[in-house]
Every structure is written in C-alpha cells, then in structure tokens.
Design a protein around this ligand. Sequence first.
Ligand code: ISJ
Ligand code: GLN
Length: 957
Amino acid sequence: MPPDDGSLSDEEWLRRALDAARARDLVRDRLETLAASDGGDGDEFDRNVDDDASRAIVRGGDAPASVDRAAATAFGGWIPCDADADRTLLVDNYDSYTYNLYHLIAAVDGAPPVVVRNDAIAWHQLEPALRAGHFGRVVLSPGPGTPDRSDDVGICADVLSNAVDVPVLGVCLGHQALATAHGGVVGRAPVPMHGRLHVLVHDDSPLFAGIPSGGGTGEGGEGGSFVVTRYHSLAVDAASLPECLIPCAWTERGGGDGGGVPSNESATNAEIEDAGGVVMALRHRDRPHYGVQFHPESVCSRFGERLYRNFAAIAKAHNEGGSRTRPTEGVAGVMAPRGIDPAIVCIAPDAPTNATTGGFATVDGDGKTRLMWMRLPGALASTPGGSEALFWRLFGGDDAGAELNDPRARTIAAKDTFWLDSATASVAGQCPRSRFSFMGGRGGGLWRRLVYALPRPERESARAKAAARRAAEGAAARAGDDDAPRDPPIVSLSDEKNDGSDAGVDDLPFDFRCGFVGYLGYEMRAECDSPAPRHYSPVPDAALYFADRAVAVDHSNDDVYLLALEAEGDARSWMAETERTVLALGSFDATKANKGDKQTGSASHTNEAAYAYEGGFTFRRDRDEYVGDVQACQRAIDRGETYEVCLTNELRRTVGELSLGAGGDGEVGGSIPAPRAPDPATLYSVLRRTNPAPYAAFLCFGGCDFGGAPDNSSAVSSDVTSDNSSDPLADVVAVCCSSPERFLRLSAGGVLEAKPIKGTAPRVQPLGCDADVAEASKLATSVKDRAENLMIVDLLRNDLGRVCVPGTVSVPGLMKIESYASVHQLVSTVQGTKRGGVPTAACVAAAFPPGSMTGAPKFRTVEIIDTLEPGPRGVYSGSVGYISVPRKSGDGAFDLNVVIRTAVVKPGLRGGGVWVGSGGAITALSDPVGEWEEMTLKARAVLRAIRACDEAASGTV
Ligand SMILES: C=C(O[C@@H]1C=C(C(=O)O)C=C[C@H]1O)C(=O)O
Ligand SMILES: NC(=O)CC[C@H](N)C(=O)O
C-alpha cells in the first residue's frame, strides 16, 4: 500500500476508511470468538493468520496480547502505531465536547488520543490492551444522562471498577461515574449550571499543581483566578462519599458569574449554590483515579491544559513506579492507517468516515474540463437596480420591454435558478463577510438538478413512499430532457485557465469555481452522526444543482464575474451572450425591476402594526403547547439529559387551509385572504429589502413534486399531481432565505470556519436610538445569552475538532454583537485547519445538522427534540450554500449557512403553501413565555414580507 503523503484522492481515502471499518468488525468478531473459546494465546491465532503479513505488520517481535495480533492481521496493509505508554485512551460518552478534550490531550501528549465510544467495545476486549499497558492513561468524557445508568456510561463503569492500576481522569459524567463506582450518590446539583463560569478552590493536590486556588494568584506563575466552565445538572453528594474518595476542589462561595438561578429554583437551592462548596473534583485514595466536575476543555475555562498536564505527569510517575505491567518495546499497538489520525479510524464508529455520502466534489476525471472565467470590472456600478436587477434580468425573464403581466411570470422564468445573495452588502457598516454573491440558472452540458429523498422506513405511508420514489426517479434528471437520470459529472479542474488574460484561476478573489449549489434539509442528519429522523419532509430532503455556469458579484467594487465549466465547447457562447446582457444592463429600464441594492434597507419598519401581522398562519404548536414543550426541555435539562435544546415551531399557511383564529397569542390578524401561496420571486424581493442578511438566498427548484405538504396533516388533495399538470409551478419548491448565520465554510486554503449565533434581542425603532443601543449592550452582558452562546461555541469547537489538525481549533471572535434589521445577535467565530486527507463531505457530515439548531450534546438533544416536535423541520434548520468543484490540488471549498428566517414556498396553484420555521435555545435560565415571544420575534421579519406580498397581490398597495 503506498504511503499516504496527503495526496490520496477523496475516493481512495474513503475506500480505505471503509475497508478499515470492515476490518474493525472482523477484528471484533474474531475477538469475541476467541473470548468465547476460552483461548486467546498467540498460537491460537497464528494458525488462522497469514504469517508473512502478520510479521510485516507487527514490528519488533512477539505481540504480548492477542488483541494486537488479530487487529494487525485483520487490518491487512494498515500499519500499527507502536505501543505507547504515553498514549491516552479517550472514552466518548456521546458528548459534544469530547473532541475538545481530544485536542487538549493531543497538545499535552504530543499525540492524539485514541477515541472509543462507550458502547463500541466490550470490557473483555479492552481489558487485554489495558493490562498490557498499551495506554498510559484513560480519560472518560462528559456526557448526557446519569452515571448509574449503564446505557449512559457504558464501558466507563468497567474501567473505573476494574482498571485498578490504570490512571483514569473522569470529566463531568466521567467524574460522577467515579463516585458511583464506589457507592457514592450522584443526585441533583443545587442548581443546574450549563455554560456558566465559576471560581473554584482546591486543596493543593498534585492535580492542581501550579493552579491558583480561588481568585488569587497561583504559585506556579500562571496568575489569575481559577475560573472554569460548568455544564452539569447533577452533582456528587459529598456526604455519601466512601472513605476511598476524597473531594479536592469545590465552588468558591459567591464565585459564580452573577447570572442568577432559574426562576423555578427554590430560594434554598439558590442559597446552597451561592454558599459554594459544591464538590468539583475527586481523587481516589489508593488508585490513580481522578474526577473533575467542571470542563477543563471549555474555551472559557482557565488552566485546563495545566490540569491535564498534571494528570499526565501523575499518570507517568505512577506507570514508571513499577507496579504496572509494561508493554514490550516496539510491539504493535493501536492500528492506524498511514497519515490518518487513529482517532478517526480506530475502534469507534465515527461520523467523518462512516457518514460520507458520495457525490460531492469528487476529484478525478478525464482532465478535459476547464473553468473559463471573465471579469467585467465595475459592471454592476452602472446597473440601475444593482444585483437584484442583474438576477431578474439574467434569470427571471426581465428582458428590456418584457411585460410582467402575470404576477408569477418571474418565478416561472426563474425555475431552476439560484441566488446566493449577500443581501447586506449594500447596508453600510454591516457584515464585512458578505462581499460576494453567486447566481445562476439552467446551465450548459454539465448542469444537473439533484433532488434527493431519504429512504423512508416501513412505517411511512404508501403515499409518502410513492412520493419518495418519484423524487428518486426524478433525481439527476435534467429539466426538459427525457433521458434517463444521469449522475452528476465528475470534474477535475486540471487545465485551469483564464479566458483571454494571463491571470490564472487562482486569481479569482473567491473560492467558488462552479459546483453544487442548493440546500441540505435538517433530516439529512440521517446521513451524518445523528439519530434517524422520526418525521420526514414532504419537500426534498436535499436539492442541489450541479451548476456549471455562474455569475458572481464582488460587492466591494461592483465587479461582475462570469464562470463556466467547459466540457462540451458551449461555454464560450454563453460567456459572450451573458457578457452582452450584463453590459446592456446599464441601459435597462429599472422601473421594470424592483428597487435594487442601493435602496436596500430604506423601506424599513415604519409600520409597527406590520409586526403583529401573522394573518392566516397556523402555528404547528400553539402558545400553550410550545410553552409546555419549553418546560419539558427544562425538565430534561434538570435530569442531566441535555445542556441546551434548540426548540422550534412552524408557521404554515397552505392553500385551501386558511385558518383564521387558530393558534395562540398574537398570531392572528388575518384580514387578507390568501387563495394562493405568496409568489416566491415577489416575496424574495421584499424580504431582501426589509430583512437584509449576509447569508440570504433565493432557490427555485423544479422537479420537486412530492404531492404533499409538510407534516402530512394539511388539507392538500391527493390528486395534486394530475390536476397541476397545466400549472408551470406545480413542481416547484422555492426557498426565500434571509439568514444571518454561517454554518460552516471551508476555504480553498483548508481553513474551516463556523459562526454560530446564540442570543437574540429585539431592535428598537428608530434604529440606533438609545433604547436600541441599550438592548444591544444588555444582550452583550446577559449571562443567559452568553451561556447559550458558550455552549454552542464549545460544541462547534468539538465538531470542527473532529476533522481538524490538533491544536488548530481556535475562537478568534467570542460573543460579538451583530445588528440586523429586526434583531441584535451574539455571534462567535470558530476556526480550525482541516486535516489533509479528510474529504470535503466529511467536514460537513462531522458538523451537520448545525449545532445552533440542535443544542448540546447534539446526539441526545436531537432525540429529545424528536419527542417534542411533532413534524419534520424540512429545509428549515438545514443549510443553503455551495460546495465548489475542487481545484487541481486541494479541496472543494464550501460555504453553507444555517437556514433560519426563511420561507419555504410551494407556489403551485393546488397543494401550495408557505412554511416558516422559528425557534430558540432553551436553557435552565429560560423563561418559557419569553421563549414563545422570542420564537415569534424571529418569525416576524419573514411574516412581514409575506404580508407585503399579500397586499401587493390583492392590490392594496
Ligand atoms: C432557531 C432560530 O435561530 C437560532 C437560535 C438563536 C437563539 O436562540 O438566539 C439564534 C440564531 C439561530 O441559531 C430561528 O431563527 O428560528
Ligand atoms: N457535562 C456532563 O458530563 C453532564 C453530566 C450529567 N449529565 C449532568 O448533567 O450532571
């Protein structure tokens, strides 16, 4: 097998990873057989294995434990890491902070730990490796649930009870498991504390060497207070501890962040918490076992690395003390493929490898495809109506002189188009990251439309299954083309060349080189490391174009770029024609277009009454139900099942289902009947002006006729398809998005960046007035909002950490205020450098669905959300953006948003409707009614835009 010097193609990498996964299963099977047969010595194995192969792999003589021989052989060409008494085993309790520990450990150990999920291996499988000293120490991660439930802690309980001589550090749930293992009681903490900071005091045990106790200065030269982040609802009951467990750190009296306690807590509990003395660390009297209740790996914890270094030193001293069995020098240890981090491929099933779906940004091919591009300097400056005029002119049928009599004419013309619209670009002072917009329509010979439905489980109705089948059959179909479905093209930009100048394709100021554009719906989590969905979306789970033509706008200088992938020799004529159209825009009659960029933001919020308009919409859950669900989330938090839940609701208005008077407070004012869904083109034009946002987008997919409406309960007739045959928009799903939030971006240079938003406050009219500024500064200092934000920042660090080079994950911006048309937001920035060899799709899969839409820890919290939300989220909570064709060497850059503040429209005359999702983060500190209000606040900007469309359609404006 050739060494992996980083040059492996995505496919090769994936193939090897899958081979490894298969080999893992094989090893496990064989180990189990071996254990059952009571055998297990090397001879037994030697009869079954190819000796040459095994000798080639196992370096340095005899392997002392059969686990290594078996693994080495089963892994075939995979090389082993040497047994390393300085290496750490990290047991993952399905937490969203495990990979933060991973990076912390890697920084101190100089090698990444080996990660194993708590249920991925049995004790009889792990025990020989520990006994043989293959790991210098074990770290047990935090996690949801309770330490005395074996489903929650899995193998941690065995490690703590049986690995008497192995150094162990339990973090949070791991710490609580230490107490439970010795008969201590873990019960409710005085007050649940999630994402909250606290000063700790300690007893100067070696675990805290060099760390100050309390708010003072430390002796070890690292001054400052011992401030740590807490994420826990449960705590060790000090009075219940057996003699062998010694508490060694506590919360300092009055050392909290001043954010108060949940309103439902009793005064006594609040007092107990405030009095300090909550146990924050334990050590075992005789064993090298330790536990910390706080999170040393959190970005806001101080001395985390120091603490782990202390633990590693204690472990080393213990191991070198002689009592422990030492591994034979140089024998095979943990299997790892060359160049790939063992954590990704070792024993644990891990999302980045097993969740990779094929098809994105595939590298390979015939080498003949090339990107042609052309820059039209300043072309937009002379275009009345700005980029909006450009889009409708190029892709919405607005030629000079065209009459727009049919109110849906633009949408009809815009079928199968996209516009990734940096709509705040022209709002002074807002969002430096919204520099480029990308737009396109049905392209050339490589263009495809991919409409994807997840396979439905058996219990789904026959109708839903038939719809999914139709979608599958329509997948990859080219509009207007009766050919059998075609796969997306495999493209390699092997001959990158500019058309007509010396500049190369690397001189483009943005990373998009044509490629996939569209959305991934929330239920696509089924393809990632998340539980399978309970509800399936009746709109496609994913819809993407393979866009081989695109127009890009640089808002910083009004340059327009034309991009075309040329395979069939037709790019040149498209470039020439599009160039002519763009240049002719200068003479375009702007009155035919909507008001463009230069007016953006001016048509704002004078009509307060418009805020209250939510006419004709039905909430999926009314106020009482929603408030009840917020309380259910808080009960789950109290039980230690989750730290934060992003709970959402849906507003819906379907054709033929006008429901005036339903729902809870304030959502009804339906004076305007809506016989039709809003026209998507009109709606988007309004939305981008009234709620400009840096991750705005307009997508208008044809080929999406699923014959239904979200949550299967609407009054849509089942003969939708046949009746709609004459309706050109019957098969359209349009996404009108005004999202302020970046989910994840991968630059061509390999840097991943997430920009989570948590913390929302209303804006006050007139914008910028004292009260408006006061709202912003209240948000900036709100403990509740900062806790929400911190939890998601730590979660995103984790998700990026799964695919990033150890030590490169950083938080260059923590909780900055960004102000949009209707809300202020707290925004953080998380960055990391992608590891070479990790495929593009694996980066998306490692972090999808966006953590700000799930809460933490992600896996368990998604399960909790599923029990509360009675329908699919669909496009909402997913992601819209691009995944670029990769460059000759390097990765396919991508830029994906979080789909919020978005209307999903089915503009068909029958079965149509509009859906708006909205929600917010629920924590222990949430006020349930306040959460209902925040949820309606977030929906307002979109509802207001729909109202404007209704008014326009009924001629009231
Ligand atoms: C759930 C939504 O937004 C999410 C929740 C936020 C919050 O709780 O403050 C902020 C931005 C989003 O991550 C929404 O807008 O519907
Ligand atoms: N972060 C954690 O490990 C939490 C542990 C436990 N579920 C609690 O809430 O106390």
